[in-house]
Write a protein that binds this ligand. Structure first.
Ligand code: XMP
Length: 502
């Protein structure tokens, strides 16, 4: 529950505030030291947890599988953008889900009569990044195993799989109901990197991969954000129309096992169509978490939560590449938008995702103190190695990557989902609500998120809170003037970087 002092602060404001209008008030910590490790765990949606409260934006220059894998390994989540065909988006989501595998339920298996060449071609076409496969016979029964080594050391690619595979009789296998701990013991005992599970008919019922099993059983990589089966969590953006359900059905698979969250992606998240799409998805997939956005009014966030949204994304126009506010004049500044939305959804226990406008690390802490459970970033993560797109070298020698708004002219030209996001109507040139830009190449997103985590932790230490929830409820704000803002930044000095000069 938000403290009465925080409520009083926001109620007293006569204007809507954004990050540069406020600073957090520190508190005295004389009673007790804070723990060594602060608890940054949070939620992206009602049932989808985060180990750090960060998400990568559903943008075509920010999140495909590479970014989503990195974000989930860092404890956050990535939202695969909707500007892809259904097949492409499914492939990207599956890549994240297959990246680590405790138990692979339906491993890809090849017929023993196939040539090595055809298998390598299929791996290439399907962009598979692993090369260990069970082999089956004509009756679909387990016949053996081929590994990366078998394929690498084969000089004749016309050979068939059965000529080089390790036959079933020499492979250690186990029953279909083998638990992960038993699998670990068996693989350790027999020094095996794979363990096929075979049912009474001799058919493959699953496959354990040692590196993943060991990681889960030994509790290594505790920071990874994984689902209950030990696979990285991932979200997918969908447009506001009936196509959303077909898309979700295809992406999540027959048993609904491949997708953690669907994110209804609209610049006008409280439109009739956004509510309709939410209702449709909830009707068809009642057990799937659905986040809806973007909105910037508390009332809209509350109505979406009442209509069944499992998370509400807040931010209309704060983004670094956005022109929605200048083109249309709408949009509540982000701190007030987040606070009012968080208050409105409180009784539904629905998390708020603050989306866009993070310019300085301190803004992350401000967004959480305003009530956000997660923060979505585009600009902050843009230009990193894990974003889609090539590194370009400009005439002056600097290395850059493209970062563009989903409502920029080129993005709208490239994708129907972008046109849908910005509800393009009529003919002729659509009204752009975003810009294209180059941003400096920044190296790995691992280092960027590491700094975000450190900054958030440091801020929480200053205000003496040890969890995200406490930060949301208790941390107080000061409103600042322009003089306060100038004072906040380095001033009256010429800033230099001495990092590489010692
Ligand atoms: P940042 O500030 O992190 O913002 O770069 C990323 C968020 O901006 C939104 N977005 C847009 N908003 N026009 C807009 O008004 C656009 O073209 C556009 N493209 C992205 C989106 O919510 C994203 O997460």
């Amino acid at each position: 529950m938000v403290s009465p002092e925080k409520q009083a602060f926001f109620e007293a404001q006569d204007v809507a505030l954004t990050f540069d209008d406020v600073r957090l008030r520190t508190r005295s910590g004389h009673q007790a030291p804070l723990p060594d490790n602060l608890d940054l765990a949070s939620r992206f949606s009602k049932n989808v947890e985060l180990k750090v409260p960060f998400a990568s934006a559903a943008m075509d220059t920010v999140t495909t599988s590479e970014m989503a894998i990195a974000m989930a390994k860092l404890g956050g989540i990535g939202v695969i953008h909707a500007g892809l065909s259904v097949e492409e988006q499914k492939t990207e989501v599956r890549r994240v889900k297959h990246h680590l595998n405790g138990l692979i339920n339906r491993p890809i298996a090849f017929d023993r009569r196939r040539s090595l060449e055809s298998i390598l071609n299929e791996c290439e076409d399907r962009k598979l990044d692993f090369r260990t496969f069970p082999v089956i016979d004509e009756n679909n029964r387990f016949a053996g195993l081929i590994t990366q080594n078998d394929l690498d050391f084969s000089e004749d690619l016309q050979l068939s799989v059965m000529d080089i595979m390790t036959p079933a009789s020499e492979v250690t296998t186990a029953d279909p109901d083998t638990k992960i701990e038993e699998a670990y013991s068996l693989m350790m005992e027999h020094k095996k990197k794979t363990l096929p599970l075979i049912d009474d008919n001799g058919e493959i019922a699953g496959l354990y991969i040692f590196s993943d099993v060991a990681r889960i059983v030994r509790g290594d990589e505790a920071q990874f954000n994984v689902d209950e089966r030990g696979r990285l969590r991932v979200a997918a953006a969908v447009p506001t129309d009936a196509e959303a359900c077909d898309r979700i059905e295809e992406i999540r698979g027959d048993d609904g096992e491949f997708l953690d969250v669907a994110v209804i992606d609209s610049a006008d998240g409280d439109s009739y169509y956004a509510f309709q799409t939410l209702e449709l998805i909830k009707e068809n997939f009642p057990d799937l978490d659905v986040v809806v956005g973007n909105v910037s009014e508390g009332a809209s966030a509350g109505e979406l939560a009442a209509a069944g949204a499992d998370g509400v994304k807040v931010g209309q126009g704060p983004g670094s590449i956005c022109t929605t506010r200048t083109e249309t004049g709408i949009g509540t500044p982000q701190v007030t938008a987040v606070y009012e939305s968080a208050r409105a959804v409180e009784k539904y226990d629905v998390p708020i995702i603050a989306d866009g406008g993070i310019r300085n690390h301190g803004d992350l802490s401000l967004a959480i103190a305003a009530g956000a459970s997660a923060i979505m970033m585009g600009g902050m993560l843009s230009g990193s190695k894990e974003t889609p797109g090539d590194i370009l070298v400009l005439d002056n020698g600097s290395r850059v990557k493209m970062y563009r708004g989903m409502g920029s002219p080129s993005a709208m030209k490239a994708s129907a989902a972008s046109r849908k996001r910005y509800d393009v109507k009529g003919t002729g040139e659509p009204l752009a609500e975003g810009v294209e830009s180059y941003v400096p190449y920044k190296g790995s997103v691992v280092d960027i998120v590491d700094m975000c985590v450190k900054a958030l932790e440091k801020s929480m230490r200053y205000v003496k809170v040890d969890s995200i929830e406490q930060h949301q409820n208790e941390t107080l704000f000061n409103r600042i003037t322009n003089a306060g803002l100038i004072e906040s930044h380095p001033h009256d000095v010429q800033v230099v970087s001495l990092k590489d000069k010692d």
